[in-house]
Design a protein around this ligand. Structure first.
Ligand SMILES: Cc1cc2nc3c(=O)[nH]c(=O)nc-3n(C[C@H](O)[C@H](O)[C@H](O)COP(=O)(O)OP(=O)(O)OC[C@H]3O[C@@H](n4cnc5c(N)ncnc54)[C@H](O)[C@@H]3O)c2cc1C
Length: 460
């Protein structure tokens, strides 16, 4: 059987690629070994955000007295939280499965394996295509710390299925998944200890954006150890223990369960990439800005290329590859990384678009920077949400916004105004001229913009 385009993997990236390739007139097959739905819906973004909402509500309820309300006793029922999540996920997954089974695609619910650059084995059939798009996602990374496998641990996959709440939880890692789960369990009443190697959590961002989250965690009685070196794990009875160095001392911490959230790796096992002649480096498929692999007719999008593990970027990559695979005769499209954005759904949230100070310094990119704290912002004070800041970076010559970062209330929503300004290559002066309703959280962005406009004026 021959198709124009075969997409391997029907998650966010694969579905986007298939949709665009079919719309461009190609005969498209999707191969997915299941369960159908993709990581975002089944075990990623949506389930994690569903359970985080319960923790958010619990945290607000505990603050009743602060707002002149009678204090309430807050208890969590993890089983009920997970059931709510499952109801929502079932609905989202059914919708996605309906999309995958649409008549414009041929869906094979099988494992795919390349036999050669132009053939894949799918169940007991061999399929051929003019182009292939690999979108097989990622898996939790295995880290061989001494004693960790013997002690036993959960990944985010299993943490999303837990119905009995642990008394205590050791969270390994300080990335988005680690910190979101750490705050969730801590807020529903589990004693949480977070152990992170980098000297601050969320190591990809600037330190001043991560610290308010750490402060909030500590205010909520979470134990947070940053700048650690883990040596080994041990287990005895119901307790699992990590031994590590921290601030020049040997320390240990014990808990009932361990959540290993030390990252994911591209899912390329058993894909037959050698037979396909697709180059893999450090466990990830190498792609260029067209999402093209070392084989000009094979593309790789989403988590499997290891560039980002973020859904809207996976979709953008899928859209680009879908076009390039279906219309090889047309000018190829490329992914534009200028507007790469990332959000962490802790409280306070962290949201970023474009360049950080860290990135500018590493790449020698000139910039001006200004920031403004939520603690000084009237609307944030009314809401009682004063942790965090807004930080803007602009070009020193034109004032074009090149990076925007928010740690604070509703950062995930607020960042979109700044993405829009950057999309249109707006300047900090544009941001100042745009009307902002008062009193809103959004108007906070005008304060660092004003400071940057002043800095620009003083430079001429
Ligand atoms: C706990 C958690 C929370 C997250 N939260 C967010 C968030 O809030 N926002 C955000 O942007 N991102 C978030 N992410 C990341 C996001 O979920 C992923 O970046 C995204 O879902 C990856 O999509 P994908 O299409 O690349 O892969 P997937 O959705 O994993 O799709 C891969 C598909 O390929 C199939 N497959 C694999 N191998 C084969 C094979 N050999 N043959 C056939 N089929 C195969 C699988 O069955 C699967 O359906 C989160 C991730 C986790 C783990």
């Amino acid at each position: 059987m021959k198709h124009d385009v075969i997409v391997i993997g029907g998650g966010s990236a694969g579905y986007a690629a298939a949709r665009v390739a079919a719309a461009a007139g190609a005969g498209v097959a999707i191969v997915d070994r299941g369960p159908l739905g993709g990581l975002c819906i089944l075990r990623g973004c949506m389930p994690s955000k569903a359970i985080l909402r319960s923790a958010e509500v619990a945290a607000l309820m505990r603050r009743a007295g602060e707002f002149g309300l009678h204090p309430v006793e807050v208890g969590a029922d993890l089983g009920a939280i997970i059931s709510r999540k499952e109801r929502l996920i079932r609905e989202f997954a059914e919708y996605r499965i309906g999309q995958l089974r649409a008549p414009e695609f041929t869906l094979y619910e099988e494992q795919a394996r390349f036999l050669s650059p132009r053939e894949v084995r799918v169940g007991d059939q061999v399929l051929q295509a003019n182009s292939f798009i690999i979108a097989t996602g990622s898996l939790p990374r295995h880290i061989p710390f001494p004693g960790l496998d013997e002690a036993g641990y959960l990944t985010s996959d299993q943490a999303l299925e837990l119905r009995r709440q642990p008394d205590s939880l050791l969270v390994l890692g300080g990335g988005s998944v680690a910190v979101e789960f750490a705050q969730f369990f801590n807020r529903i009443g589990t004693r949480v200890i977070l152990v992170q190697r980098h000297h601050h959590i969320l190591s990809w961002t600037d330190e001043d954006l991560a610290r308010p989250v750490e402060e909030q965690f500590r205010e909520e009685s979470m134990e947070v150890f940053t700048g650690t070196q883990i040596h080994r794990f041990a287990h005895q009875g119901d307790l699992k223990t990590v031994h590590f160095s921290h601030a020049g001392q040997e320390k240990s911490a014990s808990a009932e369960l361990i959540l290993q959230a030390l990252g994911r790796r591209p899912c390329i096992d058993g894909l037959g990439l050698e037979q396909a002649g697709v180059r893999v480096e450090h466990g990830r498929i190498v792609v260029d800005a067209r999402m093209c692999t070392s084989q000009p007719h094979i593309f790789a999008v989403g988590d499997v290329n290891g560039l980002h593990e973020i859904v809207h970027i996976a979709i953008q990559q899928g859209v680009v590859a879908g076009h390039n695979a279906a219309r090889p005769e047309e000018e190829t499209r490329q992914v534009d990384e200028r507007l790469d954005a990332q959000v962490v759904f802790t409280d306070p949230q962290v949201a970023s678009v474009g360049l950080s100070e860290k990135a500018c310094q590493a790449e020698d990119i000139p910039y001006l920077v200004a920031s403004y704290p939520f603690a000084d912002h009237g609307k944030a004070m009314c809401l009682g949400e004063i942790h965090g800041l807004v930080k803007l970076l602009c070009r020193p010559d034109t004032g074009e916004l090149i990076g925007a970062h928010i740690t604070g209330p509703e950062a995930a929503e607020l960042i979109h105004e700044l993405i829009a300004v950057m999309y249109f290559r707006g300047t900090v002066r544009d941001l100042l001229r745009m009307p902002h309703y008062h009193p809103t959280l959004a108007e906070i962005a005008t304060y660092p913009a004003e400071e940057l406009a002043g800095q620009l004026e003083r430079r001429v």
